[in-house]
Every structure is written in structure tokens, then in C-alpha cells.
Design a binder for this molecule. Structure first.
Ligand SMILES: CC(C)(COP(=O)(O)OP(=O)(O)OC[C@H]1O[C@@H](n2cnc3c(N)ncnc32)[C@H](O)[C@@H]1OP(=O)(O)O)[C@@H](O)C(=O)NCCC(=O)NCCS
Length: 179
């Protein structure tokens, strides 16, 4: 975990806070490692997202990063391919928030086109500023969901959609050896 944290701090160039770390741990972690050194990472945490009024058991992807000196060598894509497998086996859909749409579009992630909301108590509060960032991976139970429908997440401390996640109990490391 120390290695993963070091990697995230490096890759986000000082933009990765203590809070960010706390919200990144506690789910599944895909780690691409070479010689025991973590080079690329992506975490998946469970969240209930509602498409219109339909709750879906989503895997929310957080902490996607590749060590700066190893970027643009396909390692992030390798981690995301493994994440995709994990999502398909454990969840009903994938989701994340990003500004790097190109990176996720190639492996099949799609931009959400409808309005986004956060659920607090019984209220759904509009998160208009997040609309452009949310992308989803549809498959199985979610393959036919309407990308223009309202989409909501449960509220949490800090940013509701961005690069944060609630802790859970299970941690699974998947190590991939690369040359
Ligand atoms: C985003 C990030 C994880 C990508 O990792 P990576 O290992 O370099 O990704 P890959 O080499 O697999 O890239 C695959 C493709 O995604 C796209 N891509 C990757 N990084 C990109 C970037 N910074 N800007 C635009 N497109 C990018 C390119 O199309 C690339 O293919 P190409 O190199 O043939 O042009 C890495 O740049 C990173 O750690 N960035 C800092 C942290 C961050 O912003 N994380 C994402 C938060 S949502």
C-alpha cells in the first residue's frame, strides 16, 4: 500500500491529499508492477448509482495513475483492462469521473449524457458541474441503460463524484508482471 500511495502522489503531482488517499483505499486494487515496483494502479469501490429510479450495484473507479516516467507505454490501459474484468465479474456497471475522456473511450467507456445528482437524505441535489466528467462502462444488467437518463450517486464526504471513495472491507491485489 505504501508503494501505491507513493505512485499516486507522484502521478497526481502534489494534487493527491490525505483525504484522497483515505478515499482511495478499501476496495479492489489493480496494480501493474515490474520487479516489485508499482507502476500503474486503479482502484474499484462499490457504490450504488441510480439510473432514473433504478439502483445499480456499480464499481466506481478511483486512483487511476501511472508513474510519470512510464506513462504512454500502455500500462494504464493494462490496469484498466483488468478493472474491466473485475467490474464485469463483481458489479452491474462501471463508473468514474474524469477529465481525460480519450483514455477511457478506447476501451469502451461512454460519456454520461444525462443530468447528474447526489442523493442526500431524501433529496436529490443537482451536480451540474459534474455532468461532463462522468463516464460509464455498460455490460450485462446495465448494457441497455439510457445514457441520457438522470444519474445519481449517494453523498459522501468531499467531492461526490470526483476521485474519492468510501472505504469498504475487502482488498484484492492483482499483480501483473510486465517486462
Ligand atoms: C491518465 C494516466 C493514468 C494514463 O496512463 P498511461 O499508462 O500513460 O496510459 P496508456 O499508455 O495506457 O494510454 C493509452 C491511451 O490513452 C490516451 N491517453 C493516455 N494519457 C493521456 C493523457 N494524459 N492525455 C490524453 N490522452 C491520454 C492516449 O490515447 C493513449 O494512447 P497513445 O499513447 O497511443 O496516444 C496517466 O497519464 C496518469 O497517471 N496521469 C496522472 C493522473 C491522472 O490524471 N489520472 C486520471 C484520473 S481520472
Amino acid at each position: 500500500m505504501t508503494e501505491i500511495r507513493r505512485l499516486l502522489v507522484q502521478a497526481f503531482e502534489g494534487g493527491f491529499s490525505e483525504d484522497d488517499w483515505e478515499h482511495t483505499i478499501g476496495g479492489w486494487h489493480v496494480v501493474v508492477a515490474d520487479g516489485g515496483v508499482a507502476l500503474s494502479h486503479a482502484a474499484v469501490v462499490p457504490r450504488v448509482l441510480e439510473v432514473a429510479d433504478r439502483p445499480l450495484h456499480a464499481g466506481y473507479v478511483e486512483g487511476v495513475a501511472t508513474a510519470p516516467v512510464r506513462q504512454r507505454q500502455g500500462l494504464g490501459s493494462l490496469a484498466m483492462a483488468e478493472v474491466s474484468e473485475l467490474l464485469r465479474s463483481e458489479f452491474e456497471m462501471g463508473a468514474l469521473s474524469t477529465g481525460l475522456h480519450g483514455f477511457y473511450a478506447r476501451p469502451g467507456w461512454e460519456r454520461w449524457q444525462g443530468p447528474t445528482f447526489v442523493r442526500r437524505s431524501s433529496e436529490a441535489i443537482r451536480t451540474e458541474e459534474e455532468d461532463d466528467g462522468v463516464v460509464v462502462l455498460r455490460f450485462g444488467p446495465s448494457k441497455d441503460i439510457d445514457l441520457t437518463a438522470p444519474l445519481s450517486c449517494e453523498g459522501r464526504r468531499g467531492d461526490d463524484w470526483q476521485r474519492r471513495c468510501a472505504g469498504s472491507e475487502r482488498i484484492l491485489f492483482l499483480f501483473l508482471a510486465v517486462g
